[in-house]
Design a protein around this ligand. Structure first.
Ligand SMILES: [Zn+2]
Length: 166
């Protein structure tokens, strides 16, 4: 069976940047399982896997402009330190440089910002995607290709090992 739309695909992969620095990798216990062709993955990621079969290996690059975009300087903002005051208490445990903080934007969407710098009255936060500006290099192996179940197609995601549990 080959990888195409509406197949449940399980892969192992290693993601590095263009300098070869490890960004993330799956483990044998926790591979990536996803429903192919439903918009959950980067289009170029799927384009590189289309037509592959179980046990085939892959090695491809995706430039940042085709992945998570360039770094947007306007997405780095200074927030008043009061943003981090809850019940009259400054949440100092949150204010650690490098820490990712879930927040809500003007449209009440959940977004994640990284603490860049903590000053007396403000906190500099970076709301760019962690992979913005990074050229991606994927290597890995196709572990399984199967027909998605009706439940999986209805839910838009894969169930079982590497997928959703509910
Ligand atoms: Zn589900």
């Amino acid at each position: 069976m080959i990888i195409m739309k509406n197949k449940a695909v399980t892969i192992s992969y290693v993601l590095r940047d263009s300098a070869g620095t490890l960004i993330e990798q799956t483990t044998p216990d926790n591979p990536l399982a996803f429903l192919f062709g439903v918009g959950g993955m980067l289009p170029d990621f799927e384009a590189n896997l289309l037509g592959m079969q179980q046990k085939e290996t892959f090695d491809f690059h995706i430039k940042s402009d085709r992945a998570y975009g360039e770094v947007d300087k306007s997405a780095v903002v200074d927030l008043p330190i009061q943003t981090f005051v809850f019940d009259d208490k400054l949440a100092t445990e949150m204010l650690v440089v490098g820490k990712m903080i879930p927040m809500r934007n003007d449209q009440n969407q959940l977004i994640h910002g990284k603490i860049v710098e903590v000053k007396k009255d403000t906190v500099k936060m970076d709301f760019n995607h962690p992979l913005a500006g990074i050229d991606l290099h994927f290597t890995g192996e196709v572990l399984e290709v199967r027909n998605a179940t009706e439940d999986e197609l209805a839910h838009g995601h894969v169930h079982g090992p590497g997928g959703h549990h509910h």
